[in-house]
Ligand binder design. Structure first.
Ligand code: ATR
Length: 509
């Protein structure tokens, strides 16, 4: 089973030991990054394995490989020799592994390591990109049978991650460590078993003086507790969420908590993707069984479906993919998540006799309008780009308009409920967006029921204004959870375990 390796990047050995003590139960081994140590401390590395009390990798990373060692090669090699010198008969007192770059040819170091049972990790780093000839590289790097090949390459795209994954598969059976660095490669650090990696490097990233030893590292507790890394085997069912840029997502927290409570052998990971085509290839290689699909792929995913629900066909957007014996089934849980949430908020069984304004005409609005129509509402759709409002309204014979004076006037007759579906007001887009309110020209009378699909921040400028005018308001958080419960059922074929609901976490909302 793949191991969790905690990278020790503090500037003193004492501080590294303190950190190791605090996180000991989450780690199987440690990597002493001696290049991060103060110069005086580097002289004392030899005793670290004994003090650490777990297998330790000695690494002295050069700056060209993303490390901090800026001295000459001579100084670096003598430091490495210092780490391997005076080997003890009790192997636990020696470094268990030493990281030697593939272009370093110092046979005396290697001999010393082998004589005393220190295994060699033969490493290659590319901090800029992913090499084209990875399978050849992986095969040729190993100089003797007991070496572990490490290839850590920067993923600038989803295709890069796919290259690494396929290269790993070509070299199955060989002990190796494969890492796609950076945001695109985050799941290569969680699904080490699937990538054929012997370990995953992670960091004590919540410590103020510890930093990520390489781009994209996962925090050690998150790897051990949230993703239950140690339980992941080739038999583990893999699920995930894809989107772009997918910088922050609360879905892994939700699904992994439920899987843990249910004792399911399953994991749910983020799949940031700049190409949905490449991501679907990766899904195939990793035997992914279910995908949540988010911005901007809810429409682009449709050509990849083997069959789809009626909602997907009519709405033209899909947020849930489930692998079935007949291929990918596409469904849309946003629609039901939305109507369940709003009807519960209103304490109504349907939207009959309700006159509703929908702000926006994008993908989210399409699910909302579909449900409003299904459940009997009369609807006005207002959008910044008017022709999109008209196009969305036409099949339902709903009213439409622009987000201008004329459009806002029409709201007079459609204001039992107002639903904001655009990304205006959402955090994480640009600093100005948070203060934006697409209905700024509209004066709330205080009797409207108001919903914003945005849930970060909890109160958008739009919701604040409505609330100050005396309206009942609701954000999109409850909808998010409800659609995720439907996804759970879709993925697993099981009802969502409601008795666990109070214990399920949805990230830092
Ligand atoms: P989603 O799937 O989240 O709905 P989308 O399909 O890209 O995303 O649609 C975005 C919606 O938000 C559109 O209705 C867009 O209006 P335009 O069609 O005029 O682009 C709307 N939108 C985004 N930012 C907006 C803003 N600052 N003010 C008003 N509308 C905005």
């Amino acid at each position: 089973m793949a191991k969790i390796c905690l990278c020790m990047t503090a500037n003193t050995l004492g501080r590294n030991l303190e950190i190791l003590e605090k996180y000991r139960k989450y780690a199987d081994m440690a990597e002493l990054r001696a290049d991060c140590l103060d110069p005086d401390e580097r002289l004392l590395i030899r005793r670290f394995p004994e003090q650490a009390g777990m297998p330790v990798i000695l690494t002295i990373r050069r700056d060209i490989d993303g490390g901090h060692f800026v001295g000459g090669e001579g100084a670096r090699i003598s430091l490495m020799a210092r780490g391997l010198a005076y080997a003890e008969a009790d192997r636990r007192r020696n470094f268990a592994y030493v990281d030697i770059e593939e272009d370093l040819n110092i046979s005396s170091l290697e001999e010393a390591a082998r004589t005393f049972g220190t295994r060699i990790i033969r490493s290659y780093h590319n901090m800029k990109g992913t090499d084209a000839d990875l399978p050849v590289k992986i095969r040729s790097m190993r100089r003797s049978g007991d070496e572990i090949v490490k290839v850590a390459v920067m993923a600038n795209s989803t295709r890069d991650v796919l290259e690494l994954l396929c290269a790993g598969k070509e070299c199955e059976g060989q002990e190796k460590i494969l890492v796609s660095m950076g945001h695109f490669g985050i799941y290569s650090r969680i699904l080490s078993e699937q990538f054929g990696s012997f370990l995953s490097y992670c960091g004590a990233l919540s410590e103020p003086d510890a930093f990520s030893a390489a781009p994209g590292q996962v925090e050690v507790r998150e790897l051990a507790n949230l993703y239950r890394f140690r339980n992941i085997t080739k038999a583990t069912k893999v699920y995930g969420v894809t989107g772009y840029p997918l910088k922050a997502t609360s879905s892994p927290s939700f699904f992994n908590t439920v899987f843990e409570l249910e004792e399911s052998n399953a994991v749910y990971v983020p799949f940031p993707a700049d190409s949905i085509t490449d991501l679907m290839e990766i899904s195939k290689e990793l035997n992914v069984e279910g995908l949540s699909v988010t911005v901007p792929y809810k429409e682009a995913i449709i050509p990849f479906l083997d069959f789809q629900s009626d909602e997907v066909r009519v709405i033209g957007a899909c947020n849930t993919l489930t692998l079935t014996p007949q291929g990918w089934l596409g469904t849309n849980t946003d629609a039901r998540g939305f109507s369940d949430s709003l009807l519960t908020f209103l304490n109504k069984p349907n939207f009959k006799r309700q006159r509703v304004t929908v702000i926006g005409a994008g993908g989210a609005a399409r699910s909302v309008v579909f449900e409003l129509h299904r459940l009997g509402a009369k609807v006005l759709i207002l959008n910044r780009t008017v022709h999109k409002a008209r196009r969305l309204a036409a099949p339902y014979k709903f009213a439409w308009g622009g987000l201008d004076e004329q459009g806002i006037e029409k709201m007079e007759k459609y204001r039992d409920i107002i639903i904001q579906t655009t990304s205006a007001g959402m955090e994480g887009i640009n600093p100005d967006n948070v203060s934006s309110d697409p209905t700024a020209m509209y004066n709330f009378c205080g009797r409207e029921e108001v919903m914003d699909l945005v849930y970060k921040p909890k109160m958008t400028a739009f919701l604040k204004r409505a609330s100050n005018a005396g309206c009942n308001v609701q954000n999109g958080y409850d909808m998010l959870i409800r659609q995720a419960r439907y996804q759970y059922t879709q993925f697993t074929g099981k009802e969502f375990p409601e008795h666990f609901f109070s214990r399920v976490q949805f990230g830092e909302i």
